[in-house]
Design a protein around this ligand. Structure first.
Ligand SMILES: C[S@@+](CC[C@H](N)C(=O)[O-])C[C@H]1O[C@@H](n2cnc3c(N)ncnc32)[C@H](O)[C@@H]1O
Length: 417
């Protein structure tokens, strides 16, 4: 059921899966700020945060009032300012700007009230609250961000829609193509879409925001009827989300509501592998909140003839399994990738990111184990062989097949001798 807020009424009660979503968002924002704080030793720190389906700002959790997504953004930004300023010799200037959009005036009114009660100024230049549809506001927001941050467009967009087709994917494509450093978190009720899948004009019209034609809908229906059923449709939808938005990296994990069998996807889309890795790390940290059907190795969302999809829950068992599966499958990948010349650790991470639930640190451990087992060689960027007791990889290290004994770097390229 959609949530409703009104300034004169208590906020709506929260449901378990929404609570899980809030937890991961808070955790992600914290990690996001910390990463930027350590990576960028600068005096100024600009970021735009957009909540396109903001809601009224609070929920009732039993007798307690808890923060919704716009307040979580404000709270984490405020805390990050204190945390990141700590221990710095030079004063650092944080320049955060927030955009909160909701189509209902009662919701934005409730949000203003909730902000005021917590000491946030809704009339501040740094907080823009807009009553209206996200799709009618996104263009202006994009322009404002580009004006403030012409080069990087560093921004986070949370698009917490109700259902699966309120967010037209072309808007996500615009965000990712116009703002090089943007990340988008999109909720997507994939199971609801699969259940409603029909070869009817009303349905085809409903999924037009996903850039689906009647032929696409018929193809999904064929998949649904096939042996692979729902799992195949999920895989096709995941591919569509990534292709239409032109996101290079995604995380296809979902929250399973206890109250219903329908899973809600919480998809993170970006053009940066590090952004994807920070999000996957959150899933491992918050095990049991996020799940996905399939193995965690390289064929994570590949089609498995047998059609049996184990439930993957980011726990200790899965961690061990992912390691074993990767140990078995990565050598063949390296064989293909490094057939001509050695490849960097970074390139391997990028190639494999969308195909596994592993973090980059997990992939590194696999590469180190393969090195110990003499299945690969690891060279420093200058071509020297890494010491055999090495415990740590650099992104510029080169992975080679054992036969590529001797390499040297010529004009930036790496060649076999
Ligand atoms: C799931 S609720 C958001 C909850 C909020 N993100 C949170 O967890 O605190 C979805 C909100 O989107 C709003 N909404 C629905 N369609 C919209 C649209 N096209 N543009 C902007 N907001 C919309 C609804 O009024 C509702 O408040």
């Amino acid at each position: 059921m959609p949530f409703n807020w009104h300034p004169n009424e208590p906020p709506p009660p929260i449901e378990p899966h929404s609570k899980a979503k809030l937890r991961v968002l808070r955790n992600y924002l914290r990690a996001y700020f910390d990463r930027l704080g350590t990576v960028y030793a600068r005096d100024e720190f600009k970021l735009d945060l957009v909540d396109g389906f903001a809601g009224g700002g609070t929920f009732l959790d039993g007798s307690e009032t808890i923060s919704g997504t716009p307040l979580i953004m404000l709270e984490e930004a405020r805390e990050a300012k204190t945390r990141l300023a700590h221990g710095r010799r030079k004063r650092i200037h944080f320049d955060f700007k927030f955009y909160f959009v909701d189509v209902k005036a009662a919701h934005t009114d409730h949000l203003r009230q909730a902000m005021a009660e917590r000491g946030y100024n809704a009339n501040d230049e740094a907080v823009v609250i807009r009553t209206g549809k996200f799709e009618d506001n996104v263009r202006t927001i994009l322009q404002e961000i580009k004006k403030r941050q012409p080069r990087a467009g560093r921004s986070l967009f949370l698009l917490d829609q109700f259902g699966y087709s309120q967010v037209a994917l072309r808007h996500v494509a615009d965000i990712l193509s116009e703002l090089p450093r943007a990340e988008v978190i999109l909720t997507f009720a994939a199971d609801a879409l699969i259940n409603f899948l029909r070869d009817r004009p009303e349905f085809v019209k409903a999924v037009a925001p996903l850039e689906m034609s009647d032929t696409d809908v018929r193809e999904l229906l064929d998949l649904k009827k096939s042996h692979g059923g729902k799992a195949l449709v999920q895989r096709a939808l995941r591919t569509r989300l990534r292709q239409v938005t032109a996101a290079k990296f995604d995380t296809p994990f979902f929250i399973r509501p206890t109250s219903s069998a329908r899973a809600l996807w919480f998809v993170h889309l970006s053009r940066h592998p590090t952004a994807r890795d920070v999000m996957v790390q959150r899933h491992w940290d918050l095990a049991n909140t996020f799940e996905h059907f399939g193995p965690g190795g390289l064929n994570m969302l590949g089609w498995d003839e047998r059609g049996d999809y184990p439930l993957f829950q980011f726990g200790d068992v899965e961690h061990k399994l992912v390691h074993e599966q990767l140990l078995a499958s990565v050598p063949a990948e390296i064989h293909a990738l490094a057939a001509e010349s050695p490849v960097t650790v970074d390139a391997i991470r990028h190639m494999l990111a969308n195909r596994t639930a592993a973090r980059f640190s997990d992939l590194d451990r696999v590469l180190l184990d393969l090195y110990k087992g003499r299945e690969v060689e690891i060279h420093l960027a200058n071509g020297n062989l890494r010491g055999s007791s090495t415990m740590h990889l650099n992104s510029t290290d080169l992975i080679a097949q054992p036969r590529q004994r001797s390499i040297f770097v010529r004009g930036g390229g790496v060649h076999e001798q």
